[in-house]
Design a protein. Structure first.
Length: 268
């Protein structure tokens, strides 16, 4: 039987690449979108789901399980971007980012895990970010939300190991997607002490995305993890320097690493 895969946030960007690639590889794939009607030509089956809405999640999971009988693989990909000075980012936007990027995957897991436990098998892959390994200037909320999911996955993995449910993280770097279009940007206030640094950082972030790699690289890694006999915990997909930055944080003195990041973002 074809394995049944659910990819949250499968209508665009990395999620869409993952969903299409897995479908072409022979998996039965379902993607989710808050507004699936906006994608009438989607090559994959899109169902309505808002990861901030437990009822919406339950309806989506019920739809798939009624049709397929199970969900073999869950890929928690739905997420939102957010930028801004920590002090000036509205708390409402902070809550929205955490609700989508952290609480959202947990809600989906609470709906999917009972079925996996009943069958005694399952795979969960949480899409995090290389940004989740460090507190990046003017991306601190995003870093925190993805870092929280990284740590939570480690706990899930140990708790569910005896149930034959395997958890892994995949942390992408910068890829050429439309994430910038949906990202919340705290406004640049001309009278702000953060205006110069924030402006430089925004420009650099957009350049990184514009010149990012093809998200199919993430899809390849996802397939590799699904098919691995003993999947690992943490996977990073990105440029050499993006992945190397995580190692540097482990081996460099803290202040040295901080200076390196500030220099990279053009901060004094």
């Amino acid at each position: 039987m074809k394995k049944v895969v659910l990819v949250t946030g499968g209508s665009s960007g990395i999620g869409k690449s993952i969903a299409i690639y897995l479908k072409e590889a022979g998996y039965q794939v379902y993607g989710t979108s808050r507004n699936p009607d906006r994608y009438p030509e989607s090559p994959i089956a899109l169902i309505s789901m808002d990861v901030q809405d437990s009822a919406s999640i339950k309806n989506a999971i019920t739809h798939i399980t009624n049709k397929e009988g199970r969900i073999d693989v869950l890929i928690n990909n739905a997420g939102v971007g957010i930028t801004g000075p920590m002090e000036e980012t509205p708390i409402e936007e902070v809550k929205n980012a955490m609700d989508t990027n952290f609480y959202g995957p947990l809600r989906v897991l609470q709906a999917v895990l009972p079925g996996m436990r009943a069958r005694g098998t399952g795979r969960v892959i949480n899409i995090t970010s290389i940004a989740g390994y460090m507190g990046l200037p003017y991306r601190g909320i995003y870093s925190a939300s993805k870092g929280a999911l990284e740590i939570a996955t480690e706990a899930y993995r140990m708790e569910c190991a005896h149930l034959n449910i395997h958890f892994s993280n995949v942390a992408p770097g910068d890829f050429a997607t439309n994430i910038a279009a949906g990202r919340y940007h705290a406004p640049i206030r001309k009278d702000s002490d953060y205006a110069a640094g924030y402006s430089k950082t925004l420009q650099l972030i957009d350049e990184h995305v514009d010149h990012g790699s093809d998200p199919i690289e993430v899809a390849h890694k996802i397939k590799e993890i699904i098919e691995a006999k003993e999947p690992g915990i943490h996977y990073k997909v990105g440029s050499f320097m993006q992945k190397f930055s995580i190692l540097l944080k482990k081996i460099l003195p803290e202040k040295t690493y901080e200076r390196m990041l500030k220099k990279h973002f053009g901060l004094s």
